[in-house]
Design a protein around this ligand. Sequence first.
Ligand code: AMO
Length: 398
Amino acid sequence: MRDGSGIAQITLKKGATDPQLFALFAATPRESVIQVDGTVQASPKAQRGVEVIPTRAEILSQAEVPLPLGVADKVGAELDTRLNHRVIDLRKPAVRAIFELRTALLEGLRQSFLSRGFLEVETPKLLRQGAEGGATMFAVDYFDSPAYLAQSPQLYKQMLMSAGFERVFEIAPAFRAEPSDTVRHLTEFSSVDGEIAYIRDADDVRQVLEAIVTDTLATTRARLQSWGNAFADKLPVAEPPFPRIPYTECQELLGTPGAEKDLSPEDEKRLGEVLVTKYGNPFYFLTDFPTSVKVGTFYAHRFDDRPQFVDYFDLDYRGLELASGGRREHRFEQLMANIRAAGVDPATLEGYLEAFRFGMPPHGGWGFGLDRFTTVLADLPNIRESRLFPRDRYRLTP
Ligand code: AMO
């Protein structure tokens, strides 16, 4: 018998157990919901060292036969089958453990943001205009005109810097029309966004981010230990400062010095192998990207003394990008120049731009993928397993 706290053994013995009760259990299909009264007694052979000798039982909800998916079976099912019947899949203690990990991570993240004076905010997910470029925007019918699902809270968290909030965070769904079918992309993911004002450069942002990751892992470990969750002992210990490797050095390590292109997942993986060995830290920052690979990111701050680079970074863990962020362009004229260079019509950014016209402090921030973090911490082969009901190009149900 299983509930949220674990598994208990109910012992029935032919001859010893009341025949009616015995027959009831014998006729009850697996996975039915039952209520049992009985006596608990020590039993060295039982999983928990105790067994229950039932005196009364009632079926609260009878499960249909056959089950679309085994819960107690040792043989694993295909991921698609598991996701098609997710409610039953989630009954497996090992699957539930992933969502205990997620709960502990959310608790740890909130705690470390709050202890650093961040306000938790909730920005709109229905937008007139996207932030991360056209290709991955989901259009929705919004009464008589088109609208889009938010790909990121980017523009709003920046606007809140002009509102004087200074430090904000948001943990919310972000939507991307990702056509590619990979083990690290979803169309709906949880983005952990932070934005802080009065920074000097992106390193001020990196210091806050690495401290939050470090604290979160410590709090999560303690919480999971208190729950007896096996992931507690498998979590990495984060050791700041995380190494910072400039993009140009990355291209040299990849054997393509001088190259200016987005790092592909294969590049990131190869870099991960080299950098983790070289620096002995599974977490590291890739910094100072060429402006040419971030032209669409009009809000990124170009270095004043070398405008061919942006003060931007990725945070990677063993070859997987977990977060990206940096210093923003807070000066109206420079921002307008970036917007024009990105080929974006400033008229579509009216509300955003107003925030820069009436006082905007220097600021920066990041977006961090909670599903990717859960995936690497739980060592899952596919990001879909990190979400309760994942969404991808081909999956909108259950
Ligand atoms: P970016 O687009 O790099 O940056 O996203 C930030 C982080 O979000 C996660 N992520 C995803 N996870 C699962 N499926 C996806 N399709 C997906 N797309 C992104 C990744 C990634 O590192 N506005 C900027 C952030 C900022 O500058 O503050 C942004 O959204 O872990």
